[in-house]
Each structure stands twice: as structure tokens, then as C-alpha cells.
Write a protein that binds this ligand. Structure first.
Ligand SMILES: Nc1nc2c(ncn2[C@@H]2O[C@H](COP(=O)(O)OP(=O)(O)OP(=O)(O)O)[C@@H](O)[C@H]2O)c(=O)[nH]1
Length: 344
């Protein structure tokens, strides 16, 4: 049904779509299917959370004009999830050299270049299905630390002073071109509120990258980040995820502005209610560089995994290999007839 719906998209071949659906399905691992009701995994709603259950929802990135989890209308977004098959990405999503770390003191990967095998594979266009897949990035952390703002700053280049709590989960798909190869990140925004944690944690599985966000003006959110990270790691294979710790709201430190007031009725695991709402618009400093590095690391690992999988695969269909069929052929009416001289 999904494929039928997709194949109505003009200019995209059915085979390419089938390959993409398979690649997406693989990349989602065993995570639960997105719900059709908004309460389980709906988008951020203003205080007093409304249910979006009446909205029609579709699987992620599969041609619908709505984000599957949120039910929110996002005209350009869904189109972008399919474009690895065709058009180019915007110039600021092109990554040709390995993006540098933020600070070497807090960095586990100090390499400055792509892995040799990855560079070679990219030069030869031998990156397998990496260009069709989505790498999953999960952003976790206490409520109100700025997870959604971080994602929206990068994906939409917007900043919203109004706090709207994330209910369950939401996601954005961001396309890149890394070393000449199309590549997409699926960035999952999770709810920081305790009552939604069980919903959000169902989406941790299959993450390639875990971003733990904390508020630089609230040390308790940093203390809690260890627990957030452990919870996310528990749902994934050991060593399978890149891990990042991101401090938000630096502008409040710099400007000395008072912390924004947390909405009434939300209980934080670490944030006491602050003073007035007096924050300067954050400049989004380092956000693009950060996500570029996330994309480059995720891409590199995806290519290496793809190369490894293909080299260990016994059968290579389409690469000139012969598949030998062992054993007797099943009997058919034709095969029961006496065989005379024939050519083939
Ligand atoms: N001044 C300033 N405010 C920020 C920054 N990042 C986020 N905020 C504000 O902090 C509040 C919370 O931000 P969100 O992005 O909604 O927080 P969240 O972590 O997604 O919250 P939950 O969805 O409840 O988990 C909002 O009012 C934002 O405008 C920042 O870098 N600087």
C-alpha cells in the first residue's frame, strides 16, 4: 500500500521507491510504528496539551504532506525526505571535508579526515544504499532545556521564544551531501517531561547518534543528562551510537539575562521556576557546525557498515556473480515429458 502510494509520485521510478522503503524500514529497526493518535507521539502543543487524534497521519517521509508523528503540516519537509533520489541539497548542507570538533578536550574522535575506505568508496560511487537510508539521531534531555529549539534552529533556522512542550516525540529529516554522496539524518525530538518519557523512550531504538542536551544556566539539567544518556544507550547495541553532550542557552550566560519562566503546571526534574522572560534571541552559534559533524560521523559509519556488510555477504546479485542452484528441480508437467535433443 505504501509502495502504491509512493509510485504515484512523478519522476521517481517504482524500483527506486521500493529500495528506499526497504532502506527506511531497515533503518527504523524494531521501533514501534508511529501512532495515528496525537497523544502518543504528537507534536508540541501549547500548555494544556490538545489531542491531534483527528488528523490523518502517514509513515515518516513517505510522500505525505504531514509529519507522521506530529500530524503537523510541513509542506517542504516530506518532499526533502525523498530527494536523495534526485535533486541536490542546499549549499550549506554540503560537507566535503571532515567537520572539526568543537573542542578537543571534550572529543572522543579527533580524526580530521574521512576514513580511507570511505573516501575511496565515495570517489568510486560505491556507497551502496547509504544515500537512500536515514540515519537516526535522538535528542534527549530535561524538559525546557531547548531540544526543540536546537533542532528547529538547525532545520528551519527559526527560534521561538514561546515554550510549547513536546508531547511524546517529533522528528525532522535533514538532507546532506557528504563527500559527494546524498545522506539524510532523521532527527528525533523527544519530550523531556517525565509523564511522556515512556512514549519517547520507545523511539530510542536504532539510534546512530544520541544527543543529550542540557541548559547551561541550570546545573541540575547537566546532572540529569547522565540518566538520559543511560536510558537511550540501554535501548541500543553497545558501541552502536555516537554520543554528544550539548549545552544550550549560552546567550543567557553571556548576556546575564534572567532565566525564562518555566510554564506553570510543568514539573521539572531539575529546573526551578526562574524570573522574568527576558532573553535575547539566540544566534544559533555553532549549531550548523555541530550538526555537520554529527552528519559526517554518522555518514562515515554508515558507509563502513555498508562496505562490511557487502564484503561479508556470500551472494552478490547483479555484480556478475553466478548463483548455482543445488539439488533436484521441482517437477512440472514439462519436466515429466521425455527429454529429446534440445538446444538452449
Ligand atoms: N534565550 C534562550 N532561550 C532558549 C534557548 N533555547 C531554548 N530557549 C527557550 O527555552 C524554552 C524551552 O525550549 P524548548 O526547545 O521548547 O525546550 P525542550 O527541551 O524542547 O522542552 P520539552 O519539549 O518540554 O522537552 C523556550 O521558551 C525557548 O524559547 C536558547 O539558546 N536561548
Amino acid at each position: 500500500m505504501v509502495i502504491a502510494a509512493l509510485s504515484r509520485r512523478p519522476g521517481v521510478s517504482r524500483e527506486a521507491l521500493v529500495a528506499m522503503v526497504r532502506a527506511q524500514r531497515d533503518s527504523f529497526g524494531r521501533e514501534p510504528r508511529p501512532q495515528r493518535t496525537g497523544f502518543v507521539g504528537s507534536r508540541r502543543v501549547p500548555r494544556g496539551a490538545r489531542c491531534h487524534g483527528d488528523r490523518g497521519l502517514a509513515p515518516p517521509g513517505l510522500g505525505s504532506a504531514r509529519n507522521c508523528v506530529s500530524g503537523r503540516r510541513i509542506p517542504g519537509r516530506m518532499r526533502s525526505s525523498l530527494t536523495p533520489l534526485g535533486s541536490s541539497v542546499s549549499r550549506d548542507r554540503v560537507i566535503s571535508s571532515f567537520p572539526k570538533w568543537y573542542t578537543p578536550a571534550a572529543c572522543l574522535q579527533l580524526r580530521e579526515h574521512f576514513h580511507g575506505q570511505v573516501s575511496t568508496a565515495c570517489q568510486r560511487g560505491n556507497t551502496g544504499t547509504v544515500g537512500l537510508r536515514l540515519s537516526k539521531v535522538v535528542v534527549v534531555g530535561d524538559l525546557y532545556v531547548g531540544k526543540t529549539s536546537l533542532i528547529h534552529r538547525f532545520c528551519k533556522n527559526v527560534f521561538d521564544h514561546d515554550y510549547k512542550a513536546t508531547i511524546g516525540v517529533d522528528f525532522e529529516i535533514e538532507r546532506f551531501e557528504v563527500a559527494g554522496t546524498p545522506f539524510s539524518l532523521q532527527i528525533w525530538d523527544t519530550a523531556g517531561q517525565e509523564k511522556f518519557k515512556c512514549i519517547a523512550s520507545a523511539y530510542y531504538r536504532g539510534a546512530q547518534v544520541i544527543i543529550t542536551a542540557f541548559d547551561l544556566t541550570d546545573v541540575q539539567t547537566l546532572e540529569h543528562s547522565r540518566q538520559w544518556l543511560e536510558d537511550a544507550l540501554r535501548e541500543n547495541e553497545p558501541g552502536a551510537c555516537f554520543v554528544f553532550l550539548v549545552g544550550t542557552k549560552k546567550d543567557l550566560l553571556v548576556s546575564g539575562a534572567r532565566r525564562a519562566r518555566r510554564p506553570r503546571g510543568t514539573r521539572s526534574r531539575g529546573m526551578p521556576a526562574g524570573g522574568g522572560h527576558d532573553c535575547p534571541l539566540p544566534a544559533g552559534e555553532n549549531v550548523k557546525a555541530f550538526f555537520s559533524r554529527v552528519a559526517a560521523l554518522a555518514f562515515e559509519r554508515s558507509v563502513l557498515q555498508d562496505l562490511e556488510r557487502r564484503s561479508s555477504s556470500p551472494l552478490q546479485v547483479g555484480g556478475g556473480d553466478v548463483i548455482r542452484m543445488e539439488g533436484r528441480r521441482p517437477e512440472t508437467p514439462d519436466s515429466r515429458r521425455p527429454s529429446g535433443p534440445s538446444c538452449c
